[in-house]
Design a protein around this ligand. Structure first.
Ligand code: ADE
Length: 226
């Protein structure tokens, strides 16, 4: 998979790709990440990429021209499955979206900034708009990093244990059950007996029950569709 990220702050988004599972995925060539600084496509020699909104109001709006030039240059080299815009005024990222995107070959992610981007970019070039939650960040960079992490860990071969992504919270519509490790008794706080029993049928049943209880207590909305 190839991911091209268009941003006004490449430095802000680079570090999550330099560590842990994501770095390993890049090292193994299962994914490649390419950062594009929107300023390289500025409309003048002063690096202009934004302007005041028509009709007045606070903040600046990213102009269509630099974005069009950058996307155009990328599209001239290869086909893209999706051109995604990170913005709070969009549908919220869910596991299902991450699952679907992990199967794509080439995607572009455009990070918003300031007051947003010219609406015509959204109408002409964007194929999918994603928010990571009902709150406003200073820009789309951190949101793009979250989206990339959620996608990349699902690419086959990225996680050592192929099945571990399948047992994540949300993959079966439930929150994950509690987990424990050694010691089995910590200052009299004991691990549930069933997990030490070696009876895997019982353990599966216990985990499912705990997942249900946790979901009912914390996110009952997830159970509504079941
Ligand atoms: N840009 C600013 N806030 C955002 C959010 N919540 N999700 C995605 N992109 C954003």
């Amino acid at each position: 998979m190839r991911i091209d990220i268009i941003t006004v702050s490449p430095e802000l988004i680079k570090s999550p790709f330099e560590h842990s599972i994501i770095k390993r995925a890049i090292d193994k060539k299962l994914v490649s990440i390419h950062f594009h600084n929107l300023r390289d496509y500025a409309v003048n020699n002063y690096g202009k990429i934004d302007d005041a909104p028509f009709g007045g109001g606070a903040g600046m709006v990213l102009m269509i021209e630099p974005i069009e030039k950058c996307i155009g240059r990328l599209k001239a080299k290869r086909g893209y499955d999706e051109v995604i815009y990170m913005t709070p005024d969009a549908t919220i990222l869910h596991q299902q979206t991450a699952n679907e995107l992990s199967l794509k070959e080439n995607i572009i992610i455009l990070c918003g900034h300031y007051k947003g981007i010219d609406q015509r970019v959204r109408e002409l070039y964007i194929t999918k708009e994603i928010s990571i939650g009902d709150y406003v960040l200073s820009g789309g960079e951190l949101a793009a990093a979250v989206l990339c992490d959620s996608i990349i860990r699902l690419i086959p071969g990225v996680l050592g244990d192929e099945t571990s992504a399948l047992t994540d919270s949300f993959q079966d519509g439930l929150l994950a059950p509690p987990v424990y490790t050694r010691p089995s008794n910590y200052h009299n706080h004991k691990v549930p007996d069933v997990l030490l029993s070696g009876n895997f049928k019982k353990i599966d049943e216990w985990r499912h029950q705990k997942a249900l209880e946790r979901t009912q207590a914390i996110r009952p909305d997830l159970l509504k569709g079941n």
